[in-house]
Structures are given as C-alpha cells and as structure tokens.
Design a protein around this ligand. Structure first.
Ligand SMILES: Nc1ncnc2c1ncn2[C@@H]1O[C@H](COP(=O)(O)OP(=O)(O)OP(=O)(O)O)[C@@H](O)[C@H]1O
Ligand SMILES: [Mg+2]
Length: 358
C-alpha cells in the first residue's frame, strides 16, 4: 500500500473525512505517480547537472468531476505526502499568469521562441507540479498550453491537474479552438484521465444546515468564520490574483474555490462591476468579514457592496459573512437605502441551504 492510501486512511481514522469508494479509486493513480517519482533520478544529481540527461516522461494525472467531490483534497493530500523543494502546488490560473509574465519578459529580451526557455526555466529542479482547477477561457493561454505541457512532461515532470471538465470540453466554443485540439490529444495520450464520480458534493454537505450569516461582527463571529474557513480550506491558502482588463484584482486568501476577504479589502478599494464578476466567476464560496452599517457616509463602499452581492447572486456563489447587523438593518436611511432592500433580500436568499453553484 502506498503513502497516499495510508494518508487517506489516517484521515478516515481521525474522523476528518468519510470513506468514499470513488475517491479510493483514484488512490492507486497517486501511488503509481509516487512510485515513478521515487524511481526517477534526482534532478539535482551530479549526472543531471553535468550531462543534462533527460528523465523518462511520467504519465501525469488529470482528475475531473463535479464540484465538491474531493479532487483538490486528494491532490493536496498527494502533494503533502510528496512535499519537498522539487514540488509545486499552484492554482492553474495563477500558474498561467506566472507563465505569461515570464513569456512577456523573455520576449522583451528578444527571444524568438520564448516558450522553450520559459518552460526550461520552470522545469529546473521541479519534479511534481500540481495544478488546481484547470479551466481555459483565455485565448492566450489556449494557444500555448499544449507546447508548455509537452515541454514539462518531456522534462520528466509529473503533472497532476484537477478540473470540472472532461478534456474534450476544455475551451469549449473558444476562439481558434482547432489550434487547441492538440492539447486535448496530449492530455488524453500523455496523462491518465480519471473521472471522479463520487455522488456527493462534500462542500455542500459540510455547509448544510450550517449558520452562514453572523452578527454582530465580533470575536464570536470571527471564531465561527475561522472554523468554517479551516474546514473548507484544509489549511492550504494563498492569495489569488485575477487579471481583469489588464488590472490586477487580488483575493487575499484563497483555496480550492473558497475565498476569504474583509469588507474593507473588497469594497474600500477601487473595484468595479467587471472585477466583482471575475471574483464571482472564480469563487464557489466567499467568506466576507466585517460588513459595517451602511449609509450615505460610506456611500461608495455601500454601492460597491451592492454590486458585489449582485455578482455573487448571479453566479450563485455561497456567501458566508459577518456583519454589524441583520441584512434588513444594515442600510436603513439615506440615499441608496431603498435600493438596498433588494440586496438585503438577496443576502437572505443566499443563506438558504440549497444555495450553491451548479
Ligand atoms: N470523503 C470526504 N469526506 C468529508 N469531506 C470531504 C471528503 N472529500 C472532500 N471533502 C471536503 O469537501 C470539500 C470539497 O472538496 P474539494 O475542494 O476537494 O472538492 P473539489 O472536487 O476540488 O471541488 P471543486 O470542483 O469545486 O474544486 C472540502 O472541504 C473537502 O475537505
Ligand atoms: Mg477543487
């Protein structure tokens, strides 16, 4: 039995997760990867340094399936068991941003074919690359991801990705999709494509019946949000930067589709509808802390808050919040208070049990 299977069983024994047959079905794939990585020569070895010898390609793993099935949880478990300085776990979106930034820099120095040196640079010292939530919507990403993966796999890097889509549906209806098709072929031939078919959406189950709106925003509320955050994020968090109209929008704390921010962070900075849409598009759950009382005094913040809630509502993002008061008493007088009634009603509706994306 391999390390990942052991780690999975420890979580069950500790009562942290439930035994799930479909999830167990993925474990042999991780054990296979762990085995292949253990056998692969170290990239830091003298041989590799002197002769630049290429390790054998390791077939990667593409796990896809519905939301909340445990894809990220399993990938993180694998990453944890393999963790060393040759491993990298990153959100796919952040990874592609890093790649595009490096390409941009390389092109500025006059490199004709910038992708190869950038891929080589990324591959240096790397053995395992875990990419969470692969989705391709951007044509610039669509046009390079094939060659990028080919180069990384060719360098002997084991790649694990999670996605909500079967490879054939990636970049569906995207511009110039014909040029993207070789990437799908690559995924199907060079990676093991595994459909995680667990019938349960564990994220939804974990929030079922749970209180999601806390007031006042005091220490008790904060402790409750901490508990929910720890439960949903599993401890691995990083900021996520989205690019919206060539500007950067940062979700300060992010993990597996769950974001956490304060009202101040999202509503006191110059964000607009496009930014809130991008946030709502990216997140499945938003933990939003410290919503204050709203009035004409903080009109701009209030207006942004309304736009944020509208975007979250449209995308059916699950909202978990702490606020100064119940929704109906957050904005009781002054310009904008009448319009806020709809926001208050939405805040109520979003607390209902069935409220979730997909
Ligand atoms: N077997 C399980 N028992 C209990 N909780 C679980 C189990 N598997 C996953 N979870 C929890 O359910 C939540 C959702 O899991 P995870 O984020 O891995 O789903 P996902 O498949 O990556 O979803 P998405 O497609 O939305 O990214 C997490 O909080 C995770 O810890
Ligand atoms: Mg996930």
């Amino acid at each position: 039995m391999g390390r990942v299977t052991d780690a999975y069983e420890s979580l069950i024994a500790a009562g942290s997760i439930e035994d799930d047959a479909a999830q167990r079905g993925v474990l042999p794939e991780f054990d296979r990867l762990a085995h292949a990585l253990e056998k692969a020569p170290s990239k830091k070895g003298l041989g590799a340094m002197l002769f630049g010898s290429k390790p054998d390609p390791i077939p990667g793993l593409y796990i896809w399936g519905g939301v909340g099935r445990g894809k990220s949880m399993l990938m993180d478990l694998f990453h944890e068991t393999m963790k060393d300085d040759g491993t990298r776990r990153v959100h796919f979106h952040a990874f592609m941003q890093d790649v595009q930034a490096r390409l941009h820099k390389a092109r500025q120095t006059g490199a004709k074919d910038a992708l190869k040196p950038v891929a080589d640079d990324l591959a240096r010292g790397l053995r395992l690359l875990c990419l969470d939530e692969m989705q391709i919507t951007d044509i610039a990403d669509a046009m390079i991801v094939g060659r990028l993966f080919q180069a990384l796999l060719g360098d002997g890097i084991a790649i694990v990705t999670t996605s909500n889509r079967v490879p054939d549906d990636l970049y569906k209806d995207g511009l110039n999709r014909a040029l993207f098709l070789p990437f799908i072929e690559l995924l199907k031939t060079k990676m093991v494509v595994h459909h995680l078919t667990s019938p349960r959406d564990y994220r939804q189950d974990r929030l079922q019946g749970a209180q999601t709106y806390f007031h006042p925003a005091d220490a008790t509320a904060r402790a409750a949000l901490d508990t929910i955050w720890d439960d949903l994020s599993g401890g691995f968090t990083q900021p996520l930067t989205l690019t919206v109209n060539a500007r950067e929008v940062v979700i300060p704390r992010f993990c597996s589709g769950v974001g956490r921010a304060t009202f101040y962070e999202l509503c006191s900075t110059a964000l607009g509808p496009a930014d809130y849409l991008a946030i709502a598009d990216t997140l499945r759950v938003l933990i939003l802390e410290d919503i204050p009382r709203l009035s004409s005094e903080n009109y701009n913040q209030a207006r942004r808050f309304v736009t944020l809630i509208d975007s979250l509502y449209e995308e059916r993002v699950r909202l978990i919040a702490s606020a100064a008061d119940i929704p109906e008493r957050l904005y009781i007088e002054g310009e904008g208070s009448f319009e806020f009634e709809r926001t208050a009603s939405r805040l109520r509706e979003m607390q209902s049990d069935g409220w979730s994306k997909d």
